[in-house]
Design a protein around this ligand. Structure first.
Ligand code: CTP
Length: 400
């Protein structure tokens, strides 16, 4: 489960810092790549040399490298990681994390990290029990961080109680379990359409729409991270994506998107139709640029595009699932249910343009999901990445 995973291990100034050596050994043995970030106090308890020898990579501690003045980019590190584990985490580090006090490399890395964060506290029993520590931990939980509860036992102070960092092998087991659960879509193939389509008027003009592709790309990322093989059929968008499980097929027009979807869906387990496909295309796109007429109006004759969702719905087998989207401005649920039925979808994700922060070009979205049987679930306003996880959770229940 940990093979090929990139793990940032944050080490802080606790007597339990020596256990970081066992953590690195266990993680590396299971095929993970470990990058250690240590606080200045952490270096008092274990040497960077020990940690870098075990991890096979220089330990990062300072913002700048003393020798040549190069900058250690916490941003790059935060993006590189599949998980960040802070073990041991002292009360001071937990307090800084809870309040965004970015005065060392570990905290800046934590603030830049997009991956799940695990925190294994280590401290004296009274420090752990103090309302300040407990409140800070509660805040971290609220941020979505996972707290690995300390065990009861003898502490460095020779007192006995709760505060001893969880044993390295148990921490590794928690990480393994997390990645195993996360990969629930392994061996599933999912086709995703994303972005707008451009329908050519002449060599320099098109009919298009404001879709950014963000929602479809977020869905592709979540599916790929959960182990699915993803075919991402993207209209013209500025979004970038890179994941070994994702094959990106760039298209421009609705016809090209239709061909790509029809070719890839038959051996897929599911398709998520997130693209804002242009409903119409010019019947006769011009070979040459249309010149501005001296006077008079210009008429374009349009013909409807093929409905990709409905075409996939028509060939869908019992063991295949289709998810559609509906962006509505009025009578939202009625229109969405009509689309669900017309296109033979298994569920439809409804965003209303009336909701603030939902729809095209926003980084957030507010959705409702409507089932085949008409059951409606409403979700709060979330980032598109979080919304993607909710949608994939729902799809996963059908696929498993
Ligand atoms: N869709 C599609 N192919 C099309 C049009 C729509 O695959 N040619 C998909 C969209 O990706 C979305 C769902 O169908 O998942 C609903 O799209 P929408 O544009 O809301 O529906 P339309 O059928 O085009 O209805 P209308 O424009 O009248 O609201």
């Amino acid at each position: 489960m940990l093979k090929g995973k990139n793990i940032i291990l944050g080490v802080t100034g606790s007597i339990a810092a020596y256990k970081a050596a066992y953590l690195i050994r266990g993680l590396v043995k299971r095929g993970a790549k470990v990058q250690v970030v240590i606080t200045p106090a952490g270096k008092e308890f274990i040497t960077p040399l020990t940690l870098s020898t075990l991890s096979g990579a220089p330990v990062i501690s300072e913002f700048f490298s003393n020798r040549d003045g190069t900058w250690n980019s916490h941003v790059d590190l935060g993006l590189w990681a599949d998980a960040m584990l802070i073990a041991p985490a002292t009360a001071a580090t937990i307090g800084k994390m809870a309040n965004g006090i970015a005065d060392n490399m570990l905290i800046t890395t934590y603030l830049s990290c997009k991956a799940p964060v695990f925190v294994a506290p280590a401290m004296d029993l009274d420090m752990f029990a103090h309302p300040s520590t407990q409140q800070n931990l509660e805040r971290l939980r609220g941020f979505g961080n996972r707290i690995i509860e300390p065990a009861e036992g003898e502490l460095a102070s020779h007192l006995t109680g709760k505060g001893r960092m969880e044993e390295p092998e148990n921490i590794i087991r928690i990480l393994e379990h997390f990645f195993k659960e996360k990969e629930d879509l392994q061996k599933k193939k999912i086709v995703i359409t994303a972005g707008p389509t451009y329908e050519k008027i002449d060599p320099v003009r098109f009919i298009g729409n404001y879709s950014s592709g963000k929602m479809g790309f977020a869905l592709a990322k979540v599916c790929a991270e959960r182990g699915a093989e993803v075919i991402l059929i993207a209209g013209p968008v500025a979004e970038l994506i890179s994941h070994p499980n994702i094959t990106r097929v760039d298209v421009e027009s609705a016809d090209q998107m239709y061909e790509a979807a029809m070719a890839t869906f038959p051996d897929a387990n599911a398709a998520i139709l997130c693209a804002a496909v242009a409903d119409y295309k010019p019947i006769h796109p011009r070979e040459e640029k249309i010149k501005r007429e001296v006077s008079g109006e210009l008429s374009l004759q349009l013909t409807p595009n093929k409905d990709i969702a409905a075409s996939l719905g028509a060939i869908k087998k019992d063991n295949q699932f289709l998810v559609g989207f509906a962006l509505e401005t009025n009578n939202e649920e009625v229109h969405a249910i009509d689309k669900l039925k017309r296109k033979n979808l298994d569920f439809i994700v409804l965003n209303s343009l009336r909701e603030k922060g939902a729809g095209f070009r926003y980084d957030t979205n507010k959705i409702s999901v409507i089932d085949k049987d008409g059951a409606v679930s409403h979700y709060p306003l979330k980032t598109k990445q979080e919304v993607a996880s909710d949608i994939v959770d729902k799809l996963a229940t059908l696929l498993l």
